[in-house]
Design a binder for this molecule. Structure first.
Ligand code: HEC
Length: 219
């Protein structure tokens, strides 16, 4: 035990073997830090260059009438101003007419944006409006009223980047009036379809039953 201790002390005191000094440790750390920063910088620069170099689709940068070729809310009657509001504030995430911004190509922001668009479309795709059932559309109309009135939609973070997407009080009112009116039109149409069906069936049944009783009456 004592011997080992002495050996160690002897080894420690040896000046022939260079020991790492605190100074050289720090230098190492600085070096590795700067290496990390350097690779991070290179990676970021590469991502930005790649993003700009990639052919950009749908990138007019303008939201003009030519922007977005898929019809929104097909199958419903929509006043032009209301349709324009949906195109301006909702179609990026709730339709096939997404106008991808330049930063939607740069990770990690791009991941979040693509996820939002995928989720938005999954919940409600305004370019597939005519493929939804009456029940689904009716539910969407009500959800649109609730989400817009509560300022949940368009999401505040989106409005932050797209200031023109903000809905004015007048637009909120128009969306609400249109959605509720469209919903009652659909409900009336459904009711009248149901009545038509009953009135279609009723005479047939009556005729056949009268017919039968008439036949029975004869014989
Ligand atoms: C930045 C993308 C984005 C924009 C712009 C956007 N939405 Fe959404 N919307 C989403 C996402 C994401 C969801 C959540 C889907 C889920 O929960 O699965 C959603 C959900 C909804 C819902 C379901 C109710 C809710 O609160 O979750 C409604 C209704 C809706 N959006 C309507 C609209 C309308 C109307 C507009 C335009 C005024 C709009 N959205 C604009 C991304 C967006």
């Amino acid at each position: 035990m004592t011997m080992e201790f002495a050996d160690l002390r002897c080894f420690d005191n040896s000046s022939t073997i260079p020991q790492p000094t605190p100074a050289s440790n720090e230098t190492d750390m600085l070096l590795s830090h700067s290496a990390i920063w350097k690779s991070a910088f290179i990676a970021t620069t590469a991502a930005v260059i790649l993003a700009f170099a990639l052919p950009t689709r749908n990138q007019t940068g303008l939201r003009g009438p030519t922007f977005g070729d898929r019809q929104l809310l097909a199958g419903s009657k929509v006043p032009k101003p209301v349709l324009t509001t949906f195109q301006r504030s909702c179609q990026d995430c709730h339709s096939a007419n997404t106008n991808w911004p330049w930063y939607s190509r740069i990770p990690p922001v791009s991941w979040k944006i693509h996820e939002d668009v995928a989720q938005g479309r999954k919940f409600m795709d305004l370019s597939k409006w005519d493929t939804y059932t009456d029940g689904e559309r009716s539910g969407f109309l009500l959800a649109i009223v609730t989400a817009t009135q509560s300022h949940t939609m368009p999401p505040p973070k989106y409005v932050w980047m797209h200031t023109t997407a903000k809905l004015s009080d007048a637009e909120l009112h128009s969306i609400r009036s249109w959605a509720l009116a469209e919903r009652s039109v659909m409900q009336r149409a459904k009711r009248s379809r149901n009545t038509d069906q009953t009135s279609d069936l009723a005479p047939t049944k009556k005729t056949s039953s009268t017919g039968t009783s008439a036949v029975q009456g004869i014989f």
